[in-house]
Design a protein around this ligand. Sequence first.
Ligand code: SAM
Length: 267
Amino acid sequence: MQIDILTLFPEVFPGYFNVSILQKAQAAGRLVIRLHNIRDYAAGKHRVTDEPPYGGGGGMVLKPEPIFAAVEAVIGRQKAKGRRQKAEDDHLVTLSPVHHVILLSPQGRPFTQQIAQELAGHERLLLICGRYEGVDERVRQHLVTDEISIGDYVLTGGELAAMVVVDAVARLLPGVLGAEGAAEADSHATGLLEGPHYTRPAEFRGWDTPEVLRSGHAANIQRWRRQAALRRTWQRRPDLLSTAVLTEEDKWFLRVLAEETVSREGE
Ligand code: SAM
């Protein structure tokens, strides 16, 4: 997969992208990340990228021209294949269906593991990081194909949000995580939270680890993990249980948990 990131601050990315799993994914050629400074596409001696908002008010707004120019330079201008109604209009960028142009925005659709999975199916992604008061509305209307928010709060810029999206998507690409299928048991991948993990030592300050996990009995370990995931989800995010895919055994275990809770409350 190739991910292009448009930003006014490309220097903030390498520290995170060039370590651990993301670094290995790039070294193995499974992930290509290209950083583009929006300022390089701004016209004039001063390469102005932002202006005060029409109508007044505080802050600055990112101008449309450098962002359109950057996207055109990065993915090229291509003849419409039905995506854009007015392809003959020279002012419109016409995008090939392989390009998914995402604006990071607190007004976008809330980012989830399901969206990360959906994005991992694309060959190329292009992420646009806003700054200041945000981007000129015409970028949203005529250039982007998706808007993503990483949460109901406002960040100074889209760079952290872009890192979050890249990280969550990259670890789902084939071969990126060491063990095949390692992401499949993660929290939210199956609709449940994952259960607890333990490692050596078996006993620490008098606190034990579950014996079953040290038993080497694969089926028992698997059952324990499933029940631990159900228990944790029941305790912390019961809302997830209404959409999770549950077996008959899962449903039986949830009934046991419910009965346990009722009898504890009755004590
Ligand atoms: N005035 C904008 C609003 O109220 O919607 C917020 C602008 S914010 C200070 C600047 C930029 O940070 C945004 O254009 C966006 O790219 C990014 N950003 C801020 N919060 C975000 C979030 N929760 N998710 C994704 N991007 C975010």
